[in-house]
Each structure stands twice: as C-alpha cells, then as structure tokens.
Design a protein around this ligand. Sequence first.
Ligand SMILES: Nc1ncnc2c1ncn2[C@@H]1O[C@H](COP(=O)(O)OP(=O)(O)OP(=O)(O)O)[C@@H](O)[C@H]1O
Ligand SMILES: [Mg+2]
Length: 393
Amino acid sequence: MKKLHSISRLLTVPNRSFFLFGPRGVGKSTWLDHALLNAQRFDLLKTDLQVRLSAHPEELESLIGNNPPEWIWIDEVQKVPRLLDEVHRLMEERHLKFALSGSSARKLKREGANLLAGRALTKNMEQFSYGELGHQYNLGRAIQYGLLPLVHLYPEDAAETLQTYVHTYIKEEIKEEGVVRKLDPFLRFLEVAGKLNGQQINASNISRDAMISRSNVDNYFGILSDTLLGHFLSSYRPNLKVREVTHSKFYWFDPGVARAASNLVYEPMDEIWAGTALETIFFHELRVYNEYSKKHRGLFFYRTTQGSEIDFIIELTKQKINKPAEIICIEVKYSKKWKSEWFKPILSLQGRKGINIIKAYGVYMGKEILTYHDLQVLPILTFLEKLFKGHIF
Ligand SMILES: Nc1ncnc2c1ncn2[C@@H]1O[C@H](COP(=O)(O)OP(=O)(O)OP(=O)(O)O)[C@@H](O)[C@H]1O
Ligand SMILES: [Mg+2]
C-alpha cells in the first residue's frame, strides 16, 4: 500500500529517465513513491543492498529480472556512483526507464560518475512552496521556521525538527561522506554562514569571524551550494562597461534551516532576521516557479556603486546587439506600510542604456494593492498567487 501523501507537488513525472535532486527531507522519496506507480525501487540506504551493488553493479540487471515494470527507481543513488555505468547500459540495451534520486549531484560528480551524457533529465525538488500549499500556506510560520514538509506538518516541533535537520546534515552529508578534512572549522563556518544569510559574501570578514582560511571560505560555500543547502544570487551586470559591485549574495534554501545552522532557532526572531527570511522564501518561490514552469530565467539582484540595491531582477531576455535586455525588478520589504522612496533604486535603473524594465513590483506585508505610476505594490501572498498563475513571467 502507498503511504499517505497529503500534499500534492508541482513536479510531474517526465516521460523519460531522470535524476531528481534536492536537499534532504524535502519530499523526494515520498513524491516518487506516489508518482511512479508500481516502480521497482532500489533503496541504497539499505546497507546490504548498497554493499552488494557496490561490489557487483552488474547484479542490478538480475535483480531487475526479465519482466521489469515501467520504472526502475534507485533512491540515494549517490551512495553507489559506479552503478550509473550499469544504468547507462540498461537504458541503451533494454530501453529501461530510470528515476535516480539523491540529495545532491556532488558526490556523483566528484567520483567522476557517468551522468548518462544527457540521456536523463535533471529535475530539482525543494521544500513546500506556495504553489503547492495554497490556502494552507502560513506566511508567519514560513518566515519563522521555513517550509520543510516535517516543519509544516508538525509546527509545534518545528524548532527541534530544524535543529535535528542540521545535525543530520552534518553527520550524513559532511562527516560520513568525508567532505571536509576537519569538522570543527566547517562547524564554525556553518554558524557564521547561517547568520549571514542573504548578504553579499565578504570572504575576509567570514574568514576572520569563523577563524578559517580565506580559501576555505570559498571551498565551504561550494559545499553548501553543491549539497543544495543554499544558492548564490549574482549581481546583475547587463553591460560590463559600467563599474558595479559584483560580489554574489548567498541565500540558504530555507530560512528555518539557516536559523538552525546559526544556532538561533530557539531565540526570538528580530525584525532584521524576519526581513531576510522573507527574502529567502521569496527567492525560494521564484526558483520553484522557474523550475516547474520550465522558464529557467536568470535571477539576480542589483547593486550600484552608490550602494542602493534592488532585491530581485528577473531577466526575461538577454541584451542583444540592437536590443536592450528585458527585466522585471522586485523590491521585497518586511513592512506593513510601503514607502514610495523604496522604489528609488528601480527608478534609477530606468532609462539606463541596454536595459528595458518591463515591470516593477514592490512586495510587502501590507494588505492593500497600491500603484505608483507604472509601479505596483502587492501583498506577498497576492504576488505569489499571480506568480504561480503565470501572471508575473
Ligand atoms: N507531499 C507530502 N505530503 C505530506 N508529507 C510529506 C510529503 N512529502 C514529504 N512528506 C513528509 O516529509 C518527510 C520527508 O520526506 P522524504 O523522506 O520523502 O524526503 P526526501 O527528500 O526523500 O529526504 P532524504 O533526502 O532525506 O531521503 C517524510 O517523513 C514525509 O512524511
Ligand atoms: Mg529520500
């Protein structure tokens, strides 16, 4: 019998083999279990199976047998990268369809695994989104604890769940995989990186605060990004002639996880943190929509040398020789009242050569829709509703 699957996901099953990557605990196995009817599942978390297939990948074929179902599902595929050679062969020779899920492509890539040379699609899953939760979406809680399925389902245990989540990540993704030579510097880094969620990366400050070498700062951010715990947001540079500050920002995938990583999950949340958390969930929703709608537009922020900033830029079309780039600008504020001056950075970008601002939005915690000339201010949930209806881009 299938397990209870209460919240349906936006992802749909592709018609050919695919990888499904996503951070731990976002619901990959639950979704595959539900979406792939009668799939034959190989769960590589099971030690005996893992040991057996590591030693003899060719035994996969005999385990599959002569009457395979439509889908073969290998869960936690990163545990046995070598198995992908066998998968490749079975796809070619027996035209079998594979679903290959795991928490990140990092280990597969590092071990030089055969990533099936484009024969399989790559799909990504994240924690719940507005597009999935609809009226069950609780904004206040999402800002405070994020949207991991277990956090959403059992809000009373949210803080504990998040703390455990970070410990499990450290144990299973970092320690057991031997990702770093020494654990202590990485743990100090995690705490600092959690606190700096949503800020531009300043490697020398982080190096000093976490007492780690400058080169480890890059290395560790690479690990967070490869294990899908966070995402870089680059600054938008439509034409390189103008001098801009170019350092990327780093957003954790989920504000609850960032808070637990920085050991603040049991502390009351201040306004500044709430503001960053709001941006973090906003960026998450943009990523989820971008993936599920298959639009794959570039997402950026914008910062001038004067220090003014636009939170999010969605690049609809790139700049061409005779045509400016087309973009959407969005300013996100954790405030119930909107101030017209918050549009200044967007207005300063308007009319810049090479850029055409197609739409601009302010997104806030207020209840009313406001308009300032061409600029619209929307309550966040109104914006998200429009986003998932395809009315924004
Ligand atoms: N769509 C859903 N509806 C209700 N509960 C869900 C849903 N998806 C996941 N959950 C709950 O969240 C928990 C984590 O989900 P799941 O094990 O599927 O995540 P995962 O991405 O496979 O994690 P891992 O990388 O650790 O294997 C499960 O215990 C499940 O009960
Ligand atoms: Mg799983």
